[in-house]
Each structure stands twice: as C-alpha cells, then as structure tokens.
Write a protein that binds this ligand. Structure first.
Ligand code: AGP
Length: 609
C-alpha cells in the first residue's frame, strides 16, 4: 500500500500542494517519498528514502517548478526503501514520469522483454516497467499520444495498480488508470486533484469523483475525462459532496482504524496472493533442506506461526517448532546450529525479542528466513531470504489484517513445499490453491453477513468477567488469537486452550453462564469437539460457537453461533474463522467504552493523528 497524489492547478505551484497532500497520506506508507512536476518542456523530480519531513529537510520538496505534478509516499513491496526505488520512476529518456500503488505480477517477464529490447532499468521495483512500456508504445506510434499509450500499456499489466503518468511532451495533462487499487478525484473550480484516498485533498475540496476498476482518467485544467480501458468509451460521472471530517476521512468513514483494517482484509488477502514467486520458491527450498525448522515470533505473529506449524506438517509433512521469541534462546538456543533454519515472523520486522532470537541463531550459523510487512526493516536486512506480506501499514495496535496475511503467505509456502516434496496429489494441490484464491471473497462475505451478529453477541456478553476460547487442531491457534484480541482491546481476562486440554484443569473455572467460545471448523476433530462442548454445557457454560453454515449438530448446543461459509479446508480455516473473533473483540471494546485503537500499556511505533 502506497499513497499517490497529483494535481493540475490554475494559479498555484504544484509542489507545495503535493507535499502537503502526501503528508496527509503518510499513513499509507512512509519509507520513501517523491514528487515530479512538468514545466518548461522538462520533467523535474525530487525523491529519497525516509519520512516526508526528513526528506523535505534535506531536499526541499516545495521548490519544483510548474503547476502540474504527481507525488508518492511509499510502502515498499518490491525493492528496499532506497532513493533509487522511490517513485516517481522514469523511462530511458527522462521525459516521462510515473507513480504507482499496487503490485504488477508479471513485471519480471515484462522487464526481461524490455531489457532485451535495450531499455535500461535503474530500480528493483515492479513499477519501473510502466514508464518503459509507455515509452515504447509512444516510440512505436508517435501520433498515439500519452493517454492512448497509457491505455495500451495497462492492457499488458497483470496485478493491481493505480498509476499516474506525466510527460514533458504533453505538459498540460496527467493520465491515470486504476485496477484493484484505490483512486479518487477532487474538483475545485479549475483545479483538479487525484489521490489514493480522500483525506489527501479534503482540506482543498469536498467535491470528489470515485474512479472504478478498469478506468483511465485524463486530467487537465478544469477538465476530467473518464474512459473505459476495455474499449476506450467515455464514462460520464458527476462529483459527489463528501461530508466527512478530516479525521473521519483518514479512517475512510470508519470510527476506528481497527475496524477499518478488519474490513481491509479481503483486499490484503488478494495482495498476499501476489507474493513474489521467486522468493517463495527460494524460501521453500531452504525449509525443505533444513534439518530442523523453528517458527519464531511474538503475539499475533506467534499465533500465525502456531497455525503454520499445522499447515507445514499436514501438507508438506515437515515438522516445525513454533516458539515464542522471548523464550527461544532459553528453550532452543543451544540446539540451533548450521543445519537449523529459523523462519522469523514479524509484522514490523523490528520486535526486539524476535530480533534477539534471530541474532542468537545467526551466531550459531543458522539460516534466517523472514516474513514481514516492513520491507527495509531490520528483519529484512538480516534474513537470507525474506517475503513481504503486502498488508500495507498497520495503524491499529491490534494486529488483524497482518495476521490473516501472514497465514495466507505461510499457507502458500506450505503448498509449495508439499509440491516440492511430492506429498500431496496434483488434484489436492489444485483444490487447495483454488480454495486459497477464494478466501478474499469468503472473508468479505463473513464481514458483510456476520458483523451485525457479532455486535449483538458483544452486547449480550459485555459484562462477562472472563472468557474461554477453545479449539482443536489448527483451530487452537485461532482460539489463542481470539483470546489475545479480546484481552488487549476490551480488557476482558480470557483463557485459551486446545479443547482436549481443558479437562486437565481449566474446566474447574466453569460456572453457570461462563462464556466459552468454540472454534468449530468442520474437520476431523469435529466429533470430539462436540464432546468438549457437552462437557462445558453440562457445567452451565454459555456456548458461543463459530460454525460452518448449516452445522445443525452444534447449532443445537450453542447459545449463540456465528456462521462461516461451507467447504473451507481445515488447513486454511484460521483465516476466515478468526475474522468474527476480531469483530467480537472490537465490539466488546466499544460496548465496554474502551478505545480499540489505543489499548492501554501498548504502543505502536507509528501513530496517525
Ligand atoms: C497483537 O495484536 C499485537 N499487536 C502484538 O501481539 C504483536 O503481534 C506482537 O507484538 C508482534 O509484533 P510483530 O509482528 O511486529 O513482531
């Protein structure tokens, strides 16, 4: 996730307006920043790695000439956060500049083809193929013009994008295109703006036009043209008045970042399906060759590791040790050696306990693999191979979208490994891959259909003193994560166990009306889990069950239930099943008057005011 902005202005210089707008978009990415303007028959560019304020101090982002320009604030997906990878990117001539938010899946092939035809690349980004493709299209047909060249170019792109291009040959316009990444226009008299989010231009205008997927936009002074990419036909669309306050706009109308990020999960999951093949392959090779594999993380990331240990075992027959990072050195430090592989999972890539484990393991010559949301973080620097999970910045303290993204990446790794090891049949592989592809839609459906229900359940149980979360098999990880969310956001003491373990002590806590949440994915453990529900019910517990649609056996036993669509394979079940638990924690916090974005005693390294 990155932030893009640009403007065509009548009287003002573009650069200071772009700078101020990027500052308002910094929550979308903050590892590098750049601007390009067009003036005097030339493209002018300033860009660098670092936060906007720091880059401005050294480079002065306000003194580019011209009334037309584009700007970008980056959250790295391809290529480290370095000046060379910061946007805008240019073609071979420097007459064309492009910014991009999204992921170009086929950039590798496109880059190889372009290089074979003499194009010279400077960065490691997927974006850089775009200016070169536009350049080539215009060279091949000099009368085509920038807008048509962009239109032809985007037809060659696979993946997600919101792009904007300017050219010194056509200095009166900006051409944008959108597919699966947000793009919205702002209109104020003759001045026209585009951005990935409304807050960027809200202080300037409240008249907005939302751009749809598959549309190309040509912006010039006082004029907005929208065309369909498929056939070039013109789409008429009037601006709408946005009633949001600036604070609401940053959260896109949601009351809190946490619920916004819960709702972002379908899109994040689509992004994680675009994990770079090359690195996923490399990582699965390292996992395959390791004598022992440790999955090391803290908090929510540890729960992702716990779930992943079931995935690796069930799909690829690979035993792994999921270990809480703060215990790693004590528990396993001495067993690690040159044949060990550590897969460290950390959203931020900066968690001290995780990095301490990694350092200890490096000193014993182990191989370090990283899964993180922050390219350029310490974890990416110390990893032999790392994968960026593509969730975009996480502003809420409670990890939600980053958890489901981590699970999706590790499920893909487990599948790759299974294939490499010949452990699953091709039919089963195809079946699981298809199910993985459908998860974004399934999560979308769960949010749509079950949010109101979780709200009601939260209302009913808001005064509960304690909660129990139980699951069997891989659902144990889901139970642990549901418990963590409820505790950290709503301050409800909660306990989680593998359901089979509950009768070895924890069950003594149960008294009438004690709420017990069961995660009842339809798998081999289902029958046994019914037994566990009966045990709790017999002692007067109130049963809240997460069930597969139409699971009548459990419906009959539950006091309250939330349904998840049918047919989700067991190994993928934590991804959809955790979503109602995230919503439950959120609405419990609301009911109990807690601010879910600011849990006490917990902090985030980046905050947005
Ligand atoms: C969970 O909601 C918390 N934010 C916390 O448990 C978090 O997952 C943990 O601190 C690990 O952070 P990391 O993934 O950035 O390493």
């Amino acid at each position: 996730m990155c932030g893009i902005f640009g403007c065509v202005l009548k009287d003002e210089k573009a650069a200071p307006v772009i700078h101020a707008a990027l500052k308002r978009l910094e929550y979308r990415g903050y590892d590098s920043v750049g601007e390009a303007t067009v003036s005097g028959g030339k493209i002018w560019i300033k860009k660098d790695q670092g936060k906007i304020d720091d880059v401005h101090k050294t480079r002065n982002l306000d003194d580019l000439p011209g009334n037309i320009g584009i700007g970008h604030t980056r959250w790295a997906t391809h290529g480290a956060p370095l000046e060379v990878n910061a946007h805008p990117h240019v073609d071979c001539t420097g007459e064309l500049a492009v910014i991009h938010n999204g992921i170009i899946e086929n950039f590798d092939e496109l880059r190889t083809e372009l290089e074979s035809r003499g194009h010279v690349f400077k960065s490691k980004t997927d974006t850089e193929v775009i200016p070169h493709l536009i350049e080539e299209t215009m060279d091949n047909n000099p009368t085509l013009g920038l807008a048509n060249a962009v239109l032809e170019t985007v037809k060659k792109l696979q993946g997600s994008y919101s792009i904007a291009a300017i050219s010194s040959k056509e200095p009166d316009k900006i051409v944008c295109a959108r597919n699966e990444s947000p793009l919205v226009l702002g209109v104020k008299d003759q001045d026209i703006y585009f951005s990935s989010d409304i807050p960027a231009f809200l202080p300037l205008t409240n008249k907005a036009i939302v751009v749809d997927d598959g549309e190309l936009i040509i912006l010039s002074l006082g004029k907005v043209e929208i065309k369909k990419i498929a056939d070039g036909s013109v789409v008429p669309r009037e601006p709408k008045i946005i009633e949001w306050s600036p604070e609401m706009a940053v959260k896109q109308g949601y009351p809190h970042f946490m619920i916004k990020e819960i709702h972002e999960q379908p899109q994040c999951l689509r992004n994680t399906l675009r994990v770079q093949e090359h690195y996923a392959d490399l990582m699965s090779t390292f996992l395959d060759r390791a004598r022992d594999v440790y999955l090391v993380a803290c908090g929510t990331s540890y729960h992702a590791c716990l779930a992943a240990s079931y995935m690796f075992s069930k799909l690829a027959f690979l035993p792994t040790f999921p270990i809480i990072a703060s215990e790693f050195i004590e528990q396993s430090g001495k067993s690690v050696n040159i044949d060990s592989t550590i897969l460290a999972v950390s959203q931020s890539g900066e968690t001290a306990d995780t990095l301490a484990s990694v350092n200890a393991a490096r000193q014993r010559a182990a191989t370090i693999l990283g899964l993180t949301n922050a390219i350029g973080s310490t974890l990416t620097r110390v990893s032999r191979v790392y994968i960026g999970q593509q969730s975009g910045p996480e502003i809420g303290v409670a990890a939600t979208k980053t958890f489901t993204s981590q699970l999706s990446v590790m499920a893909q790794l487990a599948l790759r490994l299974a294939k490499k090891r010949g452990k699953v049949s091709q039919d089963e592989m195809d079946f699981l891959a298809e199910k993985l592809m459908k998860l974004p839609d399934i999560v979308e459906e769960i949010i749509l259909k079950q949010e109101e229900k979780t709200k009601q359940i939260a209302k009913k149980y808001k005064d509960a003193k304690t909660f129990f979360f139980l699951g069997r098999g891989i659902s144990t990880a889901t139970a642990f994560e549901g418990r963590l969310k409820l505790m950290e956001i709503a301050y409800v003491p909660a306990i989680a166990f593998p359901a089979g373990e509950s009768k070895h002590g924890p069950i003594s806590l149960i008294e009438p009306d004690f709420p017990v949440v069961f995660i009842c994915a339809k798998d081999e453990t289902h029958k046994t889990l019914i037994g566990n529900i009966m045990e709790m019910k017999a002692r007067g517990a109130s049963i809240i069950a997460l069930i597969e649609e139409g699971d009548e056996a459990i419906k009959k036993l539950a006091d309250d239930y939330i349904e998840v669509p049918k047919g989700i394979p067991e190994v993928l079940s934590p991804i959809p099943y955790v979503v109602p638990l995230q919503m439950l924690a959120y609405y419990m916090a609301i009911e109990r008057g807690c601010n879910p974005d600011k849990p006490r005693n917990l902090a985030k390294s980046v905050t947005v005011k």
